[in-house]
Design a protein. Sequence first.
Length: 426
Amino acid sequence: MRNLNLIIQREYLSRIKKKSFILLTLLTPILFILLFAVPVFLSGIKDSEVKRIVVIDETGKYIPHLKSSEYYLFEPVANDEGIKTKIGKEFFGILQITEDLSIYPKAVTFLSEKQAPMDLLNYLDRTFSEVVMEDKLEGLAAADGIDMNTINNIRKVVNTSNLVSVTTLRLDTSGTEKESSTAVAAGLGGTFTLLMYMFILMYGAMVMNGVVEEKSNRIVEVMISSVKPFDLMMGKIIGIGLTGLTQLFVWLVMVSGIFIVIGIFSPTNDLSGLPNILQQLGSIVSVNWIEILIYFFLFFIGGYLIYASLFAMFGAAVDSAQDTQQFVMPVTLIFIFALYAGMYSLQNPDGPLAFWCSMIPLTSPIVMMVRIPFEIPLWEKLLSLGILYITIYFVVRFAAKIYRIGILMYGKKPSIKELIKWFSYK
C-alpha cells in the first residue's frame, strides 16, 4: 500500500506542477467562452460602407416596397446597359425582376461580384413574399367578391406573431407537478456527455502514453524491481485520474464564479439579451445540479477506470505508441459509438437504444449522462452504476494480468490471441 501511495503521489504531483497543466486548466474555460462569444460579437458588427444596389424592375410593382437603409441603398434604373462593368466598383450588385413573382416566383435574380450577405437575401425574400401575399389576397377578393374587411382580417391573422408555446410539466412520484424544460435537459445532457467523452478519452490516452514511455525508456525495469506490477499500473491510473478530477473541480469553481459574478452585476435578472437556452437556464430552478454533478463524477470515475485499465494494458503490450493502434482502434470505435448513441438518445431518452446503452458498461458513462437531466427513475441509475463498478473489478483484474506479463516483453508485437493467452499465465 505504501508503494501504491508513492506512485499515486508521483503521477499526480508531477503533472499538476507542470506549467502546461496550470495554464490549460486556467485558460480552457476562458477559451471556451471566447469560442462562443467572439463569433456572436463579430456577427453583430456590420460593414460601415453603404452598399449601392441597382434595381431593374420590369414589372414596376416591387421597387416601391424596397426601402433603403443605413447598409443598403436601392437605386432603380430602366436597364443594365453599362452597369455590369461597374459591379464591385460603384455598385455592389444588380437586382433584376423580370416577371410577376406571384406567377413566376423564380423571376428575380441578384448579380454581384462578392457573395450576397444573408441579411440582404433574407430582407429581399421577406419583402417579395409579403408583396406576393398581398397580391394573392387582393386577387382572391376580386375573384370571389369577398369584402375588404374580411381580407384585412385575414391579413392580420397571417401577419400575427403570437406563436403558441407549450409549457411542459413533470409529475413526480409524490404527485406534485413542476415545470420542466426539454431544451434545458437536452442542453445539459449534451454538454455533460461531451465533457465525459473528452475527459475519459484524453486521460485514458495519457495513461497509455505514460506506460509506453516508461517501457521504451526501460525505466519500468527499475521500478518493477521494488514495486508490484499491479501497484505500478493502478498507481499510474489513479494518479492521472486524480489529475483529471482536479482539473474538473477547478473548472467547476471557475464556471460557478462566472455565474455568481453575472448574478451580482445583473441584480434584476434581465436575461432578455441572452440566447433562449440561457434564458431558460436562468429561469428554471428545478434543475438538480448537485445530483447531476454527483452522478457525473461517479460515472466519470467508473468509465475512466475501465478505459484507463484497457489503455494501460495496451501500452504494456507494445514497445512504441505506433504499435498501439491495432488494439486501441476497436476500443475507440466503441467509445465513438457511445457518443453517437448518446446524441441520438437526446431525441428519446427513454427509448430502447438509450436504456440498453446506459446499462452496457463500455457505453453507460456516456449515454447515462444524456439521460440523467431528464430525471429518469432512480433504479435505472443505481443499476447502471452497479453494473459499471462490478465490471471494473473484472476489467482491472484482466488488464493487470496482461500488464504484468507485457511490461517486461520486448521485441514482439502480440496479437489479441496472445494477450488472452497471457491472462492464463500464473
